[in-house]
Design a protein around this ligand. Structure first.
Ligand code: GLU
Length: 297
């Protein structure tokens, strides 16, 4: 079972914690910086990866993403532009595999449907605030981690709360999160006195918070910061981070050749990672170093 503790106490992600105070200065949509141009690799050699072979046969990858998470995975309905840290990571992987932007098909997949989409072969890989967990590893494999954050809480800006000392601070209140996500599982398993509301996507929780139907939205702080930046007069992220969420690239299970390819890319591509981060999530004031790849993922 995943442990609940205030990771602030452990000093983990301290940079991200400090950044929470400045969270309202972020750029909605995450397009405030210039994302690096990806150089499409030529003469790619990747043997033993059925997923890569399928991408080549189909003329490009189908990538599962989020599209309602500003600064992470966001689709601008007006321009049709996708932006955010996860989108740029997804594009970087595609470019290293030899595929240009025009070759990519993006598939929005909600939190609850990620494993099944990978198991079914509907997508070749998934990049969208996808925490590496043992339970998920029974069905899929992960490359990474490529980012770390923790569970936080978003409330109305005029709430008297400023910080969360323990998740049980929300006992008796209604907290909204996405179906199938680690934060909703954590609340349901460990905090039975908190009422929950859930939707497929977090933006619907945010709407309920804005209309006063729920008391808080809970998910990864990195996600919540993006929503607070969109509505700085109405919403705020509380101090206090819980759980450790390590984001991985979701892959079809046991495609170790593709997993190693992406892990090598992360390990050797520190400058690229930093450029992507600076152009996206870094715009919201978060400060965090690239985590080391964990080859046993
Ligand atoms: N990182 C958490 C998870 O993978 C929450 C964010 C999400 O639902 O994508 O469940």
């Amino acid at each position: 079972m995943r442990k609940f503790r205030n990771i602030a106490a452990a000093g983990l992600a301290a940079g991200a914690l400090f950044a929470l105070a400045a969270c309202n200065s972020g750029t909605p949509g995450g397009d405030g910086g210039d994302a690096p141009e990806q150089e499409v690799a030529e003469d790619v050699v990747l043997e033993g990866s059925p997923t890569y072979d399928a991408m080549v046969d189909n003329g490009g990858p189908v990538i599962g993403v989020k599209e309602d998470q500003p600064n992470l995975g966001f689709l601008d309905a007006t321009t049709g532009e996708r932006s955010g840290f996860d989108i740029e990571i997804a594009r970087w992987i595609a470019a290293e595999l030899g595929f240009a932007e025009d070759d990519i098909t993006y598939e929005p997949i909600a939190s609850a449907n990620r494993e099944q989409a990978l198991v079914n072969g509907d997508i070749d890989y998934y990049v969208g605030t996808y925490s590496i967990t043992d339970q998920r590893k029974e069905q899929v494999s992960f490359a990474g981690p490529y980012f770390e954050t923790g569970q936080g809480f978003l409330v109305a800006a005029d709430s008297e709360m400023t910080e969360v000392s323990d998740v049980s601070d929300f006992n008796g209140m209604t907290v909204c999160s996405a179906t199938g996500s680690t934060p909703i599982q954590n609340i349901k398993e460990n905090f039975p006195e908190i009422d929950t509301a859930e939707y497929d996507i977090y933006s619907q929780c945010v709407e309920d918070l804005l209309s006063g139907k729920v008391d808080a939205v809970t998910t990864d702080a990195a996600i919540l910061i993006g929503y607070a930046a969109q509505s700085p007069d109405e919403l705020k992220v509380l101090d206090g981070l819980f759980t450790e969420e390590r984001y991985g690239v979701g892959l079809p299970k046991d495609d170790t050749a593709l997993q190693e390819f992406i892990n090598t890319m992360f390990t050797e591509g520190g400058d690229e990672w930093q450029a992507i981060f600076d152009a996206t999530l870094g715009q919201s004031g978060i400060e965090i170093d690239q985590p080391a790849v964990d080859p046993v993922m």
